[in-house]
Design a protein around this ligand. Structure first.
Ligand code: E4P
Length: 212
């Protein structure tokens, strides 16, 4: 399983990139609004740091034509831009057009396996099931990763599953075990993933023994 970072914060993206484990970035309108920056300028900055991995940029329009126009402009920013489209009827139409034009897509706000299947059939490069938001309403978000991974395997579908709305390290380890190709993770969770108290204790003991 690969790691994407789920943020529009450039410092966090640079810090995660420096770790050498980053394969891409996902943004969404809320994350960009939080930064208070121009969207296209920020995407240029992000794609100058992450030059090869996918950088997801989400459309704001809700109609297919608007999504297509916005997505075409976003795709011009850098070759590694992936256009992020919400899982709606218009979104599917836009994905089909982007697929025909060779523009990569990430279908977002996926909450059921049939939504994921439809997105894949429209040609989505990635689907993003939101596991944390399902947990929030009393469902088990990770079960959705199982279902989608199973369906995609049975039908030999190449669309990649991005476990999104990740809240804690257990989401990451379980998403990996259940067949997500990618987890998109806030920087705080990436930091948590590196930590283990026994690692800290081990270093402390090694240094104590070394110094006598
Ligand atoms: C995914 O691409 C989304 O940006 C993100 O994971 C949403 O997560 P949230 O539920 O924490 O807002």
């Amino acid at each position: 399983m690969k790691f994407f970072i789920d943020t529009a914060n450039l410092d966090d993206i640079q810090a995660a990139h420096a770790l050498g484990v980053l394969d891409g970035v996902t943004t969404n309108p809320s994350l960009v609004a939080k930064e208070g920056v121009n969207f296209h300028d920020r995407l240029k900055e992000i794609t100058s740091v992450v030059t090869e991995g996918s950088v997801s940029a989400e459309v704001i329009a809700t109609d297919a034509e608007g999504m297509i126009n916005e997505g075409r402009e976003l795709a011009k920013i850098a070759p590694n831009i992936t256009v992020k489209v919400p899982m709606t009827k218009d979104g599917l139409q836009a994905v089909k057009t982007f697929t025909d034009e060779g523009i990569k897509t990430n279908v977002t706000l996926v909450f059921s396996s049939v939504q994921a299947l439809l997105a894949a059939r429209a040609g989505a490069t990635y689907v993003s099931p939101f596991i944390g938001r399902l947990d929030d309403i009393g469902h088990n978000g990770l079960d959705l990763i199982d279902e989608i991974a199973h369906i995609f395997a049975v039908h030999d579908i190449s669309t990649e599953i991005i476990a999104a709305s990740v809240r804690h390290p257990m989401h990451v380890s379980e998403a990996a075990a259940r067949g997500a190709h990618i987890s998109t993770v806030p920087f705080k969770v990436i930091e948590q993933l590196m930590q283990h108290p026994l690692t800290d204790q081990g270093i402390e003991k090694f240094l104590k023994d070394w110094n006598g």
